[in-house]
Write a protein that binds this ligand. Sequence first.
Ligand SMILES: [Zn+2]
Length: 281
Amino acid sequence: MTQAPDDADARRAVAPVICYPDDTLPKPDLDLYAAARATARKSGEILVPPRDARCFEVPRGQFFRITSVGGPQVGDLNLWNAEDLTERFYSGKTRALHGTHLTTGERMWSSFPHLRPMATITWDSLDWYGIDAFGGSVHDVIGTRCDPYTGNLLSGTQYHHCCHSNLIRALAGHLGVSAVEAEPHVHDVLNVFMCTGFTRDTGQYFMKASPVRPGDHLEFFAEIDLLGGLSACPGGDCGSGHSSDAAACHPLLVEIFAPAPGSLEGWQPREPSQYDRSHGL
Ligand SMILES: [Zn+2]
């Protein structure tokens, strides 16, 4: 190991600076969304079976809610622009802008070159949880999704009901394409209801039993026309393992709510990024 310099403690004592201060980040009009939501009527629902996934569409200006219904269960959420699947949720940039876990008022941002809000969280019934003594919190954008490749790498298994594969089957069915064609569209997720963090001593990604209980929900406002994919993770509440059929698993309910016409006066979908894309050439 490298010998520490004489001023090692002084270097460690340098205070951090926030990479992306959020004072210039465009803010959602949560009062307008709340007023619109109060007028909304349910326009559809879909039940996501345990260890499986489903796709759903949400027109811009409508809300969608993910609810734990049968027992503690986490969900892996993908979002695409319904008209252009190349515009999709960008977990890493969302993490850089909002932090490791999302809650009310924060947004799911889209991939380059678009970088605009796809969905805004308007209601989080687990907002009381905060950050626990282990550094854990809920609804993370630090995990990727459970997948058969990592399972095979670490355990040599052939397991087909990880969230990655569940999302591929759901998207393939929705688009009428093969698994091979659907796979490149599946991307890093928002881990709905999952309780995660990094250990303070080794910096390792950890999970712990989700505090979610039946009735808990996370609700979103669709900023653009959305295609969503939600997997009910084979880890169940992710209190022990995943990537197997060992954990108790439950369904997740997705409901769509349409506000009354005229209730979003003044709101418009945000245009894609105005960066000119010349990249210095
Ligand atoms: Zn999973």
